[in-house]
Design a protein around this ligand. Structure first.
Ligand SMILES: Nc1ncnc2c1ncn2[C@@H]1O[C@H](COP(=O)(O)OP(=O)(O)O)[C@@H](O)[C@H]1O
Ligand SMILES: O=P(O)(O)OC[C@H]1O[C@](O)(COP(=O)(O)O)[C@@H](O)[C@@H]1O
Ligand SMILES: [Mg+2]
Length: 325
């Protein structure tokens, strides 16, 4: 039987639409199952600094519709040090927190795993990131909403691209993962996607230009994954130099991709995994991320979830290639 009486919830890393729905689900399900729930503000920084508040069901009322995170979030350098982790552990003892639910991306769940192992402490995680770069869950909380936001933006840009007969390079987020770029390209009927997963073996721009840009088209949209060196500006500059006959523009969507009210998909995913987190803790599970795979709630060991090589389905590249002729 589980000896857990009080749980702490925090959100960490980049905010993602649906994090609030996850906070609500964990809180309500925890209370439903007889647990006390404490909200920890500003991610691991708040755990280090003891920014903790007891939550009632009312504290999470009316938040399922809201983007961002009511708990605030942070990227905490201090938590990555042994001293920082020790302070975080001391807060758990002081606040009588028996287990943690961490809502965040691959970095946050790496921190969760390290903390759980160092202090033999029960921690479970929910996949909260727009990047979809966690292994073992079909999608992450926030990914679907962001995809829809990108689609709406690109549809608008397409009007200008068409009217002026231009090539647009549109940069989307995703850090080292091309899920957002590849799938939004398919959803928007874009002519190409340039993604990090393909960058080592081919010159993606050359490959695309060789295929015959604009042979039958009046406009062209290329979705590019963000990258410090080879983002949309880099590719646009190359086209300007190598193919001066084209009228080229760049649009970097930036942080407008992260905000906004979560989609139905993300609200349901957050609600199901939030309830799953409490179930996992009550069953004595620890060191697992709660995901949804093939429409089933699953417990994925942290070590598997944070694997750096979540593969992008290569079939998606073929779909885009075939449909963009
Ligand atoms: N190896 C690690 N050890 C401890 N904490 C980590 C580690 N990696 C990341 N974290 C914590 O998780 C936070 C969020 O990670 P980050 O990669 O920025 O976002 P995300 O969780 O959304 O992927 C970091 O700022 C840090 O506090
Ligand atoms: O808002 P910041 O701190 O500039 O971070 C930008 C990064 O955050 C993200 O939007 C989300 O990433 P994480 O979920 O890993 O935090 C990335 O796609 C992007 O690279
Ligand atoms: Mg991440």
């Amino acid at each position: 039987m589980s000896k857990i009486k009080t749980i702490g919830i925090l959100t960490s890393g980049g905010d993602a639409p649906g994090m609030n729905a996850a906070i609500r689900a964990v809180t309500r399900s925890g209370i439903c199952n007889g647990l006390s729930v404490k909200g920890i503000y500003r991610g691991y920084d708040g755990l280090i600094k003891d920014e903790v508040k007891s939550f009632t069901t009312e504290d999470v009322s009316g938040i399922i519709t809201r983007g961002g995170t009511i708990l605030k979030t942070a990227r905490s350098k201090e938590f990555m040090t042994p001293e920082g982790m020790q302070k975080a552990y001391e807060t758990c003892i002081k606040e009588e927190i028996d287990a943690l639910v961490v809502i965040g991306g691959n970095g946050s769940l790496t921190g969760a795993r390290n903390f759980a192992m160092e202090y033999d402490f029960p921690v479970v995680g929910l996949p909260g990131t727009i990047d979809n770069d966690l292994y073992g869950t079909d999608s992450t909380i926030g990914y679907d909403t962001t995809m829809n936001t990108i689609m709406e933006c690109v549809d608008r840009i397409r009007d200008t691209a068409n009217s002026h007969e231009r090539i647009f390079f549109i940069e989307v987020m995703g850090r080292d993962a091309g899920f957002l770029a590849q799938n939004s390209a398919i959803a928007c009927g874009a002519e190409a996607a340039i993604i990090p997963e393909e960058s080592t073996d081919v010159d993606q721009l050359a490959r695309f230009m060789e295929r015959g840009i604009r042979k039958s088209k009046k406009s062209c949209i290329v979705i590019v994954s963000e990258s410090p060196k080879c983002g949309a500006l880099y590719y646009a500059d190359r086209v300007k130099k190598e193919f001066p006959e084209f009228d080229v523009r760049v649009s970097i969507l930036g942080h407008l991709q992260r905000g906004g009210s979560p989609s139905a998909h993300d609200r349901i995913l957050a609600s199901r995994t939030g309830v799953g987190a409490i179930k996992a803790l009550m069953q004595g599970q620890r060191n697992v991320m709660i995901g949804v795979r093939n429409n089933e709630v699953v417990f994925v060991p942290f070590s598997e979830a944070i694997r750096s090589d979540k593969p992008l389905n290569k079939g998606l590249i073929k779909v885009l290639d075939e449909l963009s002729i």
